[in-house]
Ligand binder design. Structure first.
Ligand code: NAP
Length: 490
């Protein structure tokens, strides 16, 4: 169930939050501590959904600073007005809890506990505290410093499922997103999602519309297979849009979420065992390999894996960037015998250099930092061109020029790393896909050159990845349409 907090801060804003989120919320939470002069009866009348009344005191991370008796009165007023749930902190005076016992069973009590950021705890002990109180639902929230910290929420939910208790467990903050998306997989009763950006009642809440429409969080169950994007940053990734739409179209019980982590070791140890596959991005494409049972030849030779999947229970790494890039390029020109100049020496450059050489191209790399070109050239068995020579180079320097740097990517649109005089009579390939038409490609097209957009490469790799994740016939058109719908800039 998706609970949407109504946070005001004015009554009219609170009423519009209820109106606008009605179709995304299963339950509304009236945050009486965040709404100025709240009128619970009016809010109850405005909602077609069941309601939770919460008046979080400042000692538990809320905004209410009045006395406990005034707080109890406010909650009682909400209960009498017809809310179905009351949230009371486990550390509140037990007398407050007793007040609501008589209103059962039409009123249910959620007993909650919120750890302060930086607190250390053992999940088993935290869970055990709830055994001592009478609660219809137990709720535990804490701050996550890494996606791997979501394991505490999952562990809490597993304990509650064992005891057949309704439970909510949330890892707050930007690293805790998986706990908000995957709760049903671990037996959670509900999660919290905001009415929209800026209406969060706790850090890390994502909009209810996104939770429902992109992740389909309300449809997941204990048999759902979990995939995701591993890296940092991951917030603006298009992966969830693309892969979840493919899973839905293919009728697969699977979900794809974002795992923002800075602690790869903890993530691979505590979260990866519950996963079926991963897309891997900066900064882990190389380091992830050491945590895998095996890698295929491409990932091994490139020294980087952007795709991880489970085979016979073991995690295996492959690289879909490399064949995807060449598939796009070879729609414009066959690689065999052509002179490729790859600009950049990061993961994208490495993947193109490997696959272009494998397909018979004559490959040179050049990079702002010459030392990195040298290293890449040695490893990929290709040659390299000093950056200065590239910048002073002449027309005809290559048949294919690949921009494998991030230059030209939003917000840096309008810049190109390739001098204009070099773009004539070539096939110009850009790794950058946001925007899909970069300055480099515009320059090349104006000089009559053929161009290959990073968007084409991106979609190719997403199609390959979707296949690895079990989608038999991925639909690139659906991918493109999904991207267009959610990012007007593309
Ligand atoms: P990376 O490993 O961080 O490498 C970045 C490269 O860009 C380095 O060679 C860096 O040079 C160079 N660079 C950065 N700023 C520069 C500047 N101002 N002038 C000149 N060179 C500059 O990144 P990556 O993973 O290879 O990704 C590179 C780009 O490709 C990104 O935009 C990424 O989104 C895109 N990409 C697209 C696809 C796709 O499917 N279309 C797939 C993979 C990557 P130094 O070594 O000197 O720092």
């Amino acid at each position: 169930m998706i609970i949407v907090p109504v946070v005001g801060p004015t009554m009219s804003k609170a009423l519009s939050q209820i109106r606008e989120s009605e179709r995304y919320a299963d339950i509304f939470e009236l945050r009486l501590d965040l709404i100025n002069e709240p009128d619970p009866a009016r809010l109850v009348r405005a909602s077609k959904r069941p309601l939770v009344a919460t008046c979080r005191p400042s000692w538990e991370g809320g905004k209410f600073t009045g006395s406990e008796s005034v707080r109890a009165q406010l909650l009682l007023e909400a209960a009498v007005s017809g809310v179905q749930y009351i949230d009371i902190e486990i550390e509140a005076d037990p007398a407050i809890r007793l007040l609501f016992n008589d209103l059962r069973p039409s009123l249910q009590v959620i007993i909650s506990h919120h750890k302060r950021a930086g607190s250390r705890f053992r999940v088993a002990s935290e869970y055990a505290r709830f055994a001592e109180v009478r609660a219809d639902v137990v709720k535990f929230a804490y701050h996550a410093d890494d996606a791997s910290d979501c394991r505490f929420a999952f562990e809490f939910l597993r304990l509650a499922r064992r005891d057949r208790r309704k439970a909510i467990a949330i890892a707050m903050g930007p690293f805790g997103e998986p706990s908000r998306v995957l709760y049903r997989i671990f037996g959670g009763w509900a999660t919290f999602a905001s009415a929209g950006a800026g209406a969060e009642s706790a850090p890390g809440q994502i909009p209810a519309a996104e939770l429902r429409e992109v992740f389909g969080a309300h449809l997941l169950n204990t048999r759902t297979r979990v995939f995701g994007l591993l890296g940092d940053p991951v917030a603006h990734s298009k992966g969830p849009l693309i892969h979840n739409a493919q899973f839905r179209k293919a009728g697969l019980n699977a979900v794809y979420c974002r795992f923002r982590t800075q602690n790869l070791r903890a993530f691979m140890r505590h979260i990866a065992p519950d996963l079926e596959g991963l897309s891997v991005t900066i900064p882990f494409k190389e380091t992830v390999i050491r945590y895998l049972a095996r890698t295929d030849r491409s990932a091994r030779e490139i020294g980087a894996s952007n795709t991880v999947f489970r085979r016979n229970g073991k995690l295996v790494g492959t690289n879909t960037d490399a064949p995807a890039a060449l598939e796009s390029i070879e729609r414009a020109i066959s690689a065999r015998g052509k002179r490729f100049l790859i600009v950049g020496a990061g993961g994208a450059a490495r993947a193109v250099a490997y696959e272009a050489r494998r397909r018979g191209a004559d490959v040179r790399v050049t990079n702002r930092t010459d030392a990195r070109s040298r290293i890449l050239a040695r490893r990929m068995k290709v040659s390299w061109l000093p950056w200065k020579e590239f910048k002073n180079g002449r027309r005809g320097i290559a048949d294919v020029i690949v921009n494998a740097t991030s230059v030209g990517m939003v917000p840096d649109v309008g810049r190109s790393v390739v001098p204009k005089r070099l773009v004539c009579g070539i096939v110009a390939v850009d790794a950058v896909y946001n925007p899909p038409v970069t300055r480099f490609l515009i320059d090349a097209r104006r000089s009559g050159s053929r161009v290959v957009s990073g968007m084409d490469w991106f979609l190719n790799q997403a199609v390959r990845q979707a296949k690895v994740f079990g989608v038999r016939r991925p639909d690139p058109l659906l991918m493109l349409r999904t991207l267009r719908r959610h990012t007007p800039a593309t």
